[in-house]
Design a protein around this ligand. Structure first.
Ligand code: C2E
Ligand code: CA
Ligand code: CA
Length: 761
């Protein structure tokens, strides 16, 4: 079995040739008289036979699907039966010549079998619908269409035929009826086929054979004998000719493209049945009959309109539903304030894009937005965010998707493969060069850019952009930075250091150093400040500046501070036991704000004092102004401690802002003048504003403290001149490298011992 790619022309040519010859014969017959009328009957069986052969060839040689092959196998038989039936008629024609024959029963039976076979094949053509509800609806629609069209054809074709003179045998009329049914069946079926294995045009042509047969019959009825000869010789053979063309069409078919099913056919059918109804009105009917007919026509018309309106309405509802679904979809995927895409949509799009190709994102963070919000109010803040969103939208253009991640954090997903993240970032920064929003506010943004390789993890890319953005902020804001490998190191040292500190604390690597606080006039030690040190196994003694920020950031300051507190109290109690109650008036550990927020802090302090036996009034907690200005909870903690007898020192005094009111509300008993006012206080530069200002602050602090009954300690004294100058300003206590550096407890013990010996001597 060989398969040809293109359909052969020979069946079409042969059929065309036969019809051409018989047409010429007919013309000669009418003009000059060429042989008996019976010759006219030869054309039909011959062309039908060619049709059967064409179908046979298609089935054997064409490349068909299983279903198409079944259909066309039926068509071989259909044309075969027709050919045989009309061959019998031809025989009858020659036998009865010159009288025109009537259809012998076996001939009619064979032809009828042909029509039935074709109809059956048509019925079995699959519609390409899988949904069962849809199938039922279509059956209904097709039944309406079938009945509607059938009624019209019956009224104008078959009925007059049956009513006309008795020359039409029952056989002939049955055949004509069948051809009608085939034609209508084909039309209503083809209208609903959504695709499938059998070519739609081919099906239409098969349906056309029925129409040709029916039309021919009508011609014969109306024209009588003179019509019968051309009908048999020329018109009727057009039916098998259509079959041949259909076979060729199927051969070349590339497979029917799916399309929307027809929806207008039932309306047309309903309207069509009214046509015969109206047509009978002029006949012999009573006026009441006519009224009934008119009413039924109006009713079907109204039902049709009603149906159509319902259909339109459904379509509209469907459109609205789709629109509201889209709106909902928009709401869940967009930011309500700015209308930009939100984080969810961002991640979704990002995931899709990252799966298939390299993807660049920009993380845009506004600088100092909080200040605007806090000082100008949320309304202005919102207006500013909207303006920023506008800028992002305009500057991103078609190159990407602008996103609001939340707060003052925005992003751009670059979607245009050729667009450069840097270019977009620069455009955005340039746009922020001038004032935005109707409030003419100046905004700046820091932008981090990162690119993820196709298939790389999404969270990695987001983290890289984050790191780059922080780096941009660190470099002085209002600029962009692209992520590069290793950039996160300085940013993540906090976390890394946090882990190391934890191990160091567990491993006992921390120690407390003590720096004496002395009476400036005599040099006598009146107290100590406790300062933590990290005795690092590799790096030696590490100062608090290098790890306190990380300890505060990770929360480790709480256990670390607890350790310092306990160690300080324990050591102080030991010294008191050894050197007597006059040795140290105060021991001062530093306390950070994080510790004050710890709900257990007060309890910890009381426990430590109870355990170590250190009297509460010997303990002076050193706090900074910013730490004590942290709201009612901290304030309560401080007052509880105060009521318990613990004293407090205000550290780094003079560097903050609200010193005066603070001194009134805060239960401090000591003020420590910050080192920055001590630095250079001894210099007598006439007219030096800086030196004057320092002296003025030092004096004011001393007078203020004196007025409120507080002690003062001057910090960071590095030479005798500073000490002298401070004494002149009224300071009695000081602390600094000039007197002693912070030292381990053992050194401090020796120092205290020598002081006792000295006093004894
Ligand atoms: P601070 O409370 O102001 O402590 C005084 C700092 O000044 C100490 O630095 C001390 O060594 C240094 N210092 C003392 N005299 C002089 C001087 O004459 N010249 C100069 N240049 N410096 C002097 P240190 O020990 O490095 O501590 C730095 C800061 O770390 C402290 O400042 C304190 O705020 C914090 N700190 C230290 N230990 C602890 C602690 O156990 N817990 C908490 N939360 N913070 C601590
Ligand atoms: Ca301190
Ligand atoms: Ca200080």
């Amino acid at each position: 079995m060989t398969t040809q790619t293109r359909a052969p022309w020979r069946y079409v040519l042969v059929t065309g040739g036969i019809i051409a010859v018989s047409t010429i014969w007919y013309l000669l017959q009418v003009t000059v008289g060429a042989g008996p009328d019976a010759i006219a009957y030869v054309t039909m069986p011959v062309t039908a036979a060619v049709g059967a052969l064409a179908a046979l060839n298609l089935v054997r040689r064409g490349s068909l699907s299983r279903q198409a092959r079944r259909f066309w196998r039926f068509m071989i038989f259909a044309f075969g039966f027709l050919s045989a039936g009309y061959a019998l008629l031809t025989v009858a024609a020659f036998r009865e010549s010159p009288v025109l024959p009537s259809m012998p029963v076996p001939a009619a039976a064979l032809a009828g079998a042909g029509f039935l076979t074709a109809m059956w094949a048509m019925v079995r053509v699959p519609l390409g619908i899988t949904n069962s509800g849809e199938r039922w609806r279509q059956w209904l629609d097709r039944s309406i269409a079938f009945l509607g069209c059938g009624t019209v054809l019956f009224h104008f074709g078959l009925a007059p035929l049956m009513m006309s003179a008795g020359q039409w045998s029952v056989q002939a009329i049955t055949l004509i009826g069948m051809s009608f049914v085939l034609a209508i069946g084909a039309v209503t079926k083809v209208a609903y086929i959504r695709g499938g294995p059998i070519d739609r045009s081919a099906l239409r042509m098969i349906g056309g054979t029925g129409l040709v047969a029916a039309a021919t019959a009508v011609l014969m009825t109306t024209a009588g004998n003179p019509g019968t000869i051309p009908a048999q010789a020329v018109l009727m053979p057009l039916a098998p000719a259509l079959g041949v063309l259909a076979a060729r069409r199927q051969w070349n078919s590339t497979g029917a493209r799916p399309r929307r099913a027809n929806t207008w056919l039932p309306y047309l059918a309903v309207a069509a049945v009214d046509v015969p109804l109206v047509a009978v009105i002029p006949g012999s009917l009573t006026w009441t009959d006519r009224l009934v007919i008119v009413a039924s026509v109006i009713v079907t018309g109204l039902v049709t309109v009603r149906q159509f309106v319902a259909f339109r309405e459904n379509a509209r509802l469907l459109r609205e539903k789709r629109a509201s679904e889209e709106r909902l979809q928009h709401e869940v995927s967009h930011d309500g304030l700015t209308g930009l895409a939100n984080r969810a949509l961002y991640r979704e799009r990002l995931a899709v894009q990252l799966a298939t190709g390299d993807t660049t994102v920009l993380l845009v963070d506004l600088d100092d937005f909080k200040t605007v919000n806090d000082s100008l109010g949320h309304d202005v803040g919102d207006r500013l965010l909207i303006a920023v969103a506008e800028v992002l939208r305009a500057e991103t253009g078609a190159d990407g998707l602008p996103v609001r991640l939340g707060g003052d954090e925005f992003a751009v997903l670059v979607t245009e493969p050729t667009a450069l993240g840097e270019t977009i970032a620069q455009r955005i920064l340039d746009a922020f060069g001038g004032p935005v929003s109707e409030h003419q506010l100046l905004v700046h943004a820091s932008i981090g850019i990162a690119t993820g390789a196709a298939g790389s993890p999404l969270d990695r890319l987001l983290r890289d952009a984050d790191v780059a953005m922080y780096s941009a902020k660190q470099r002085g804001k209002a600029n962009w930075v692209r992520y590069h490998e290793g950039m996160e190191q300085p940013v993540s040292t906090h976390a890394q250091l946090g882990g190391e500190l934890r191990r160091a604390l567990d491993g006992g690597e921390f120690a407390v150093f003590y720096q004496p606080i002395v009476a400036l006039a005599t040099g006598r030690i009146v107290g100590v400040e406790a300062l933590v040190r990290w005795l690092h196994p590799a790096r030696g003694v590490v100062g608090p500046a290098e790890f306190i920020p990380a300890a505060e950031g990770t929360g480790l300051i709480v256990p670390l501070g607890r350790y310092v507190l306990r160690e300080t109290c324990r050591q102080a109690a030991t010294w008191l036991a050894e050197f007597g109650p006059d040795t140290l008036q105060k021991v001062g550990p530093n306390v950070s704000v994080r510790q004050l927020h710890d709900p257990d802090f007060v309890r910890d302090v009381r426990e430590v004092l109870a355990e170590t036996g250190l009297p509460a009034d010997r303990l002076v907690l050193e706090l900074t102004e910013s730490a004590v200005l942290r709201g009612p909870q901290v304030s309560r903690t401080l007052h509880e401690l105060h009521d318990f007898g613990v004293r407090m020192a205000l550290d780094d005094f003079g560097t903050g802002e609200s010193s005066l009111s603070l001194l009134r509300s805060f239960p401090a008993s000591i003020v420590k003048l910050d080192k920055s006012f001590v630095d250079g206080i001894e210099l007598d530069e006439p007219g030096s504003a800086a030196a004057d200002a320092r002296q003025a602050v030092a004096r004011a602090v001393q007078q203020l403290a004196g007025a409120l009954g507080l002690d003062t300690v001057a910090e960071g004294i590095e030479n005798q001149e500073q000490a002298d100058r401070l004494m002149l300003l009224g300071y009695t206590l000081g602390q600094g490298y000039h007197m002693a550096r912070p030292m381990p407890a053992a050194d401090m013990t020796r120092l205290l011992a020598s002081q006792r010996d000295h006093a004894a001597a």
